[in-house]
Write a protein that binds this ligand. Structure first.
Ligand code: F0G
Length: 482
């Protein structure tokens, strides 16, 4: 995005790219949306994309690629071993992070699987600023336990704190002393902390975390999947980073960590993932696992075309015009929602706009899944597909106890460079209508509840027939409009 002054004094996001390929969208009538939602068991993951107008489920693998990325895909060398494509991606990753070794994997959670198998032993603990769903699942599957030690501000829904993804360094030090080097598998810092609203950590905080880890000889692992958003905020909000280039900030972060992994469905705007390190021992241990679970060392389960696209995408991550588009659109959307008094996470972060479902639907108890109910109601009202990020995204413990999430969020992701400002305005308008009619929305209950990662394929039903009332009100207010 560009920093342009407008003649009328007002400002709005101005894109530094143009659209050259489009995909047609459908907006089906509200009655059809209600039917689609029922068929999907009120789980937005189970909707068919043909029934969706704006897909704000995720930014994963759905960012718009650049012309340079698409062109690079045509040059892919698909040899099983030793392909030139791998050399290009290897160089791009190691140049970006200043590391020595790159190990490919088919996506981010594949890296989490390998790292958990290597480092996590039954009874060990993995301190982290905050968990991500797949991360926690892999660590617990290997008998480990996570400890979330995000700073207190991180869980405050509304705040002006610029780095809500920071780790509480005192708590980290205490954990290290309590569990000792043997009891801590590794420490994990997540850039652009996903589940608390795409919130960044500061470079200063990473420096402090790294000092504690090095003091105790415990590896520090960086999840860099959402690094581009984090970098944008470091540059904007952290005085010490103002004079540094995006690449200098990245190199400094990498120096502070022992292993970096990422989902290239986010970082690099492609579909894939990988890990990098400069440590010979870590490299050797991870290398043994890659051919076993992912594919040979020069593709790791990725398509070579995607690898070419990722190599260019990683280069473009250092272009301020490119990486500012997501956060600036999100900031615009958050401001529009705040003007309409809709409760939303502040300050605006990366990845998407996060509506506070607990405040939006304060009449729905947490065990009736307010964030899931809001995702369902919003799809019916608008054709916009968001994602529940609350109690449904948790899973029961071994005793069948259901933990309540810290936050109940409806995440409306803004895949980078995909939507126009008028589409964002449409989503804001329909959410404002739903807020006015929020008392019509009721809770959900499970009809099918999987044991692991239940949010992906569990099915739910409304506890009353509130969805019919919502559709009737829509027709009263909007006539025969879509
Ligand atoms: N780490 C973070 C911070 C993520 O956001 C994700 C994925 C992963 C790891 C796993 O990577 O999907 O390539 O296996 N986040 C997606 C999302 C799924 O919608 O937020 P993956």
């Amino acid at each position: 995005m560009a920093n342009v002054k407008f003649f009328n004094g007002q400002s709005f996001p101005l894109e530094m790219h143009k659209v050259r390929i489009i995909q047609k969208l459908n907006l089906i009538p509200i009655e059809a949306r209600q039917e689609a939602m029922a068929a999907a068991g009120n789980n937005t993951f189970l909707l068919k994309n043909r029934d969706v107008f704006m897909d704000m489920l995720t930014d994963s693998g759905v960012n718009a690629m650049s012309d340079r990325q698409l062109a690079a895909m045509m040059l892919a060398d698909d040899s099983y071993a030793g392909s030139e494509t791998f050399e290009r991606l290897d160089k791009a990753v190691n140049t970006l992070f200043g590391t020595r070794y790159f190990l490919p994997a088919h996506q981010g959670r594949a890296c989490e699987n390998l790292l958990s198998q290597i480092f996590v032993r039954p009874g060990t603990v993995v301190p982290m600023n905050y968990h991500f769903t797949t991360t926690k699942a892999h660590i617990t599957l290997n008998g480990g336990r996570i400890e979330e030690i995000i700073v207190d501000e991180g869980l405050a829904v509304t705040s002006t704190f610029p780095f809500k993804g920071n780790m509480d360094v005192d708590k980290l030090e205490q954990l290290m002393q309590r569990h000792g080097r043997e009891g801590v598998a590794f420490v994990r810092m997540e850039a652009g902390t996903n589940l608390v609203g795409g919130q960044p950590f500061s470079l200063e905080n990473l420096e402090q975390v790294s000092a504690v880890c090095r003091g105790h000889g415990v590896p520090l692992v960086l999840d860099a999947s959402l690094l581009s958003d984090n970098l944008y905020f470091n540059k904007l909000r952290e005085p010490a980073c103002a004079g540094m280039s995006l690449h200098q900030i990245t190199l400094r972060m990498a120096e502070l960590c022992d292993i970096i992994y990422f989902s290239a469905r986010k970082l690099g705007f492609g579909r894939g993932g990988g890990m990098c390190t400069s440590n010979d021992e870590h490299f050797r241990r991870i290398r043994e696992m890659v051919p076993l679970y992912e594919g040979f060392l020069t593709y790791g389960g990725m398509s070579v075309r995607e690898m070419e696209a990722i190599a260019i995408g990683l280069e473009e991550t250092l272009d301020p015009d490119m990486i500012s588009q997501g956060p600036i659109f999100i900031e615009y959307m958050v401001e529009q929602l705040l003007q309409r008094r809709i409760p939303v996470i502040t300050p605006p972060g990366g990845l998407g706009c996060h509506v506070d479902a607990r405040a939006f639907l304060d009449h729905i108890p947490q065990n009736q899944y307010p964030a899931g109910a809001l995702a369902s109601a919003f799809f019916i009202a608008s054709g916009v597909r968001g994602m529940e990020r609350g109690t449904l995204s948790e899973q029961r413990d071994e005793n069948g106890h259901e933990p309540m999430a810290d936050m109940e969020l409806l995440r409306l992701a803004l895949p980078r460079r995909v939507f126009t400002l008028s589409q964002v305005n449409y989503a804001v308008d329909r959410l404002a209508w739903l807020y006015d009619n929020r008392r019509l929305v009721g809770g959900l209950r499970f009809t099918e509840e999987p044991r692991v990662l239940r949010f992906f394929f569990g099915k739910l039903a409304p506890v009353t027939d509130w969805q019919n009332d919502l559709v009737a009100r829509f027709r009263t207010d909007f006539g025969d409009s879509l």
